[in-house]
Design a binder for this molecule. Structure first.
Ligand code: PGA
Length: 255
């Protein structure tokens, strides 16, 4: 089964407008149109409109890092799906481990957010991943299975859903899952997705790996049969590094 790779940059809480313009000008030069990979950059809210304009004429899509599930009203500090859609956002990251851990987002809340984004016409990158102590205790698949079950329901428009497997112990630590560790969990996720949405959806759904993906480890991770791209944090803030990860994913297409 060949799936088109999808590489997304998660800028997290980084970049002023000046810094973002510089990064984007590098990316525009390095990521040529026509590359056989879907590419997105998920910027902070303040950068969505200006970066959307900078992406005009490129194949790079715009993404956000969060979205509230209510449509409008007295929710200070929040942003709705309709607001993101109006800013030309195509992808929204939901359930990142930093949202789960630092901001205490629960499975129920995440499920509402996933649904609001899909119903609002955007695509969702739904993140799952285990803590180091959970891996050490042998409960990785229990944790991932629970996160998938909590955040997703079989009523969703799964054609616009991507799963990102991000072991929490690998995020921003420089410690990456080995290709075997990644493949094992990706295969498990694919099986769960087939169970929830049907065999076809299981085959076609893209599952990104995330957690210290760098130019030096991208090729071996992308070579895994069930790894269909990457969700990239730190390395997406360096145009050359992000471009090199995209190229490694493109090279994996012809595997
Ligand atoms: P990292 O972050 O690449 O800096 O480890 C990945 C992520 O949190 O999405």
């Amino acid at each position: 089964m060949s799936r088109r790779p999808f590489v997304a940059g998660n800028w997290k809480m980084n970049c002023t407008l000046v810094e973002a313009r510089e990064l984007m000008s590098g990316l525009r030069k390095l990521v040529q149109p026509g590359i056989p990979v879907d590419v997105a950059v998920c910027t902070p809210f303040t950068l969505l409109y200006p970066m959307g304009r900078e992406l005009d004429g490129t194949d790079i899509k715009l993404g956000a890092q969060n979205c509230y599930f209510e449509s409008k009203g007295a929710f200070t500090g929040e942003t709705s799906a309709a607001m993101l859609k109006a800013a030309n956002v195509e992808y929204v990251i939901i359930g990142h481990s930093e949202r789960r851990q630092i901001f205490g987002e629960s499975g129920d809340l995440l499920r509402s957010k996933v649904k609001a984004c899909l119903d609002g016409g955007m695509s969702v990158i739904y993140c799952v991943g285990e803590l180091l102590e959970q891996r050490d205790a042998g409960s990785t698949t229990d944790v991932i299975g629970r996160q998938l079950a909590e955040g997703l329901g079989d009523d969703l428009d799964h054609g616009r859903l991507t799963i990102a497997y991000e072991p929490v112990w690998a995020i921003g630590t420089g410690r990456t899952a080995t290709p075997d560790q990644a493949q094992e969990v990706h295969a498990f996720i694919r099986e769960r997705m087939a169970g929830l949405f049907g065999a076809d959806a299981g085959n076609t759904m893209r599952i990104q790996y995330g957690g210290s993906v760098k130019p030096g480890n991208a090729a071996e991770l992308m070579a895994c049969p069930d790894v269909d791209g990457a969700l990239v944090g730190g390395a997406s803030l360096v145009a050359e590094d992000f471009a090199s990860i995209i190229l490694a994913s493109a090279a994996a297409v012809s595997r």
